[in-house]
Design a protein around this ligand. Structure first.
Ligand code: BGC
Ligand code: CA
Length: 296
């Protein structure tokens, strides 16, 4: 069994949104409350962070070059080298209770290059968040409403299913997914989280169609079979709040895991998880699905 390594001991507040850029062999990720976007280069072991003008929910590579992020003012392009950031569209100008109550959280691109991004209430209580789809032409489509903690999303290797997590619901949903139209239908629960199992958070999928879920409050990432709901493997993480995971590396066999130190007392962190907020990695036998790029 391979071991989990701490690859960037950078004490992020709310590490999230890992995305592998195959072209540059770089793992991009965000610190939402730290308002930074990070680039980890596995060849040198160096993690670089740049500040962005708002809380970034997630980051994704863009087919035309550069990155796409979702910050307070909307979905934006980002040039990591210069820090130039330009708003492209605002999916949530008229959120149910007024946008200042909400922020962006997890999101990523689908296999056809559309950017899916969720919003949630800052207070993480009311179901006033939504899941949006931003197409290559920058048109915005509201795909789900009534979301409390917008979280992980991923697609099956055959592109026929989309999986989605609202952490507050303590389960993983599957939808039928139509790659041509980008529509979802037929929501059902495929994994139920036991009461003491923490909150399902970020998620990715491997080449065998098994889903990997980071568990917030449960010190782990788990591999589940969405056909049976069974847990196939558990990776212990030495941080209580594992927030998201993504496959990277030359063969997509390195699972990167982001973690968070947010909302924890410094004494508690120092005593129980001194590397909270760090970026972790583990080499696995089954490769993962690729990080899709935004086609817009
Ligand atoms: C959010 C946190 C939230 C957690 C719960 C994360 O993705 O960014 O704010 O508390 O999910 O699972
Ligand atoms: Ca997350």
């Amino acid at each position: 069994m391979n071991t989990l390594e701490l690859v960037a001991d950078v004490h992020s507040i709310l590490g999230e949104g890992p995305a592998w850029d195959a072209d540059s062999q770089t793992l991009y990720w965000v610190d939402i409350y730290g308002q930074t976007v990070h680039a980890f280069d596995p060849a040198t072991g160096v993690d670089r962070a740049i500040s962005v003008p708002g809380r970034p929910g997630t980051v994704a590579p863009r087919a035309s070059g550069g990155l796409i992020i979702a910050i307070d003012d909307g979905v934006a392009s980002l040039d990591f080298a210069t820090g130039a950031c330009e708003i492209l569209c605002q999916p949530e100008p008229h959120a149910p209770a007024g946008r200042p109550r909400n922020r962006f959280n997890d999101g990523k691109c689908d296999p056809a290059g559309r950017f899916w991004i969720g919003t949630m209430e800052n207070a993480e209580q009311a179901p006033v968040g939504a899941l949006y789809r931003v197409d290559a032409d920058l048109s915005v489509h509201t795909m789900l409403t009534g979301i409390t903690i917008a979280n992980g999303l991923t697609w099956s290797p055959d592109h026929r299913s989309m999986y989605y997590i609202d952490s507050a619901a303590k389960c993983v949903w599957a939808f039928d997914y139509d790659i041509d139209s980008g529509t979802i239908a037929n929501r059902r629960t495929v994994v139920e989280v036991p009461p003491d199992g923490g909150f399902p958070d970020g998620m990715t999928c491997d080449a065998e169609g098994m889903i990997w879920v980071a568990y917030w409050g449960a010190w782990c990432v788990k591999r589940h079979d969405p056909a049976t709901g069974r847990t196939l493997q558990t990776i212990d993480v030495p941080v209580e709040q594992a927030s998201a995971c993504c496959f990277g590396g030359p063969d997509l066999q390195d699972l990167y895991i982001t973690t968070a130190s947010a909302r924890q007392q410094p004494d508690h962190l120092a005593a129980t998880q001194p590397h909270a907020g760090g970026l972790y990695r583990i080499h696995l036998p089954t490769p993962g699905c690729e990080t899709w790029k935004f086609e817009g």
